[in-house]
Write a protein of this length. Structure first.
Length: 256
């Protein structure tokens, strides 16, 4: 009887797919504000008449701050448990390329914009940094001091690459992933450290700390297989939001 009760207890909490759905929903809310409401505000300007809309816009953007730290957490979980990290990295890179035109249309208003790249590039670079960390971990014979220097150089290279490519969240996004990985043995601390790094980038990221609640509830189970759903959803929903903005006569408004 005790073993049955124990097994049932382990099933409580949130699965990885539940966390992913929270991240997807909050991301969608954020992107709806960024792609559509921001264009409305650009077109009409900020005034007493549009103040309520601006408040709604800000609330939606603050809700959206929950998405990135959850995606970073799931990236680390995927890295630690995947059987083929090369295929994992390749998927991220391919969808980073596939997402770029929808991303540029949605967030800039142009099909090609080289000064701002989508978040898949940030996640991809972050994953490469984790691969570098693991490479060092497997070579403990190098000595602890040398490994610390090696990890620092790997992280610095990743942050510089993200800054150079001007990816979403840039080098601070890569630092968030690296910091969370280093504290991965305690999930709440892992999430807290990641959110702290993000708030160093902008105080608007403070609402990201709410992610500590679902991450604390994570039970370590994968849940539904939503792998391909997320990969496809990211570029698809941005493109659909842009088409909605275009249908509203807002597609020609450049946001940068």
């Amino acid at each position: 009887m005790e073993s049955i009760t124990g097994a049932a207890g382990k099933e409580k909490g949130m699965t990885g797919s539940s966390l992913k759905m929270i991240a997807i929903i909050t991301m969608f809310i954020d992107h709806t504000a960024a792609v559509i409401l921001e264009r409305v505000l650009y077109g009409q300007g900020l005034s007493a008449e549009t103040m309520n809309l601006y408040i709604v816009y800000m609330v939606m953007r603050l809700i959206g701050r929950l998405g990135f730290p959850i995606f970073c957490f799931l990236l680390i979980e995927g890295f630690c448990h995947t059987r083929n990290v090369k295929k994992y990295a390749l998927r991220l890179f391919l969808f980073a390329l596939l997402s770029e035109i929808p991303f540029d249309l949605g967030f800039i208003g142009s099909a090609f914009y080289w000064q701002y790249q989508n978040v898949f590039f940030t996640l991809f670079i972050g994953l490469l940094v984790l691969i570098g960390f693991r490479f060092g971990e497997e070579r403990i014979r190098w000595g602890r001091a040398f490994l610390i220097v090696f990890d620092f150089l790997v992280l610095l290279a990743g942050m510089c690459a993200a800054n150079w490519l001007m990816t979403d969240y840039s080098g601070m996004g890569v630092l968030t992933i690296a910091a969370m990985y280093l504290f991965r043995k305690n999930r709440v601390l892992e999430a807290g450290v990641g959110c702290t790094v993000l708030t160093m980038m902008s105080l608007s990221e403070l609402t990201a700390f709410f992610t500590l609640i679902p991450i604390h509830m994570y039970n370590g189970k994968r849940g539904w297989n939503l792998k391909w759903f997320f990969y496809v959803f990211y570029p698809a929903h941005i493109l659909l939001l842009y088409l909605a903005a275009y249908a509203m006569g807002l597609g020609g408004i450049m946001l940068r």
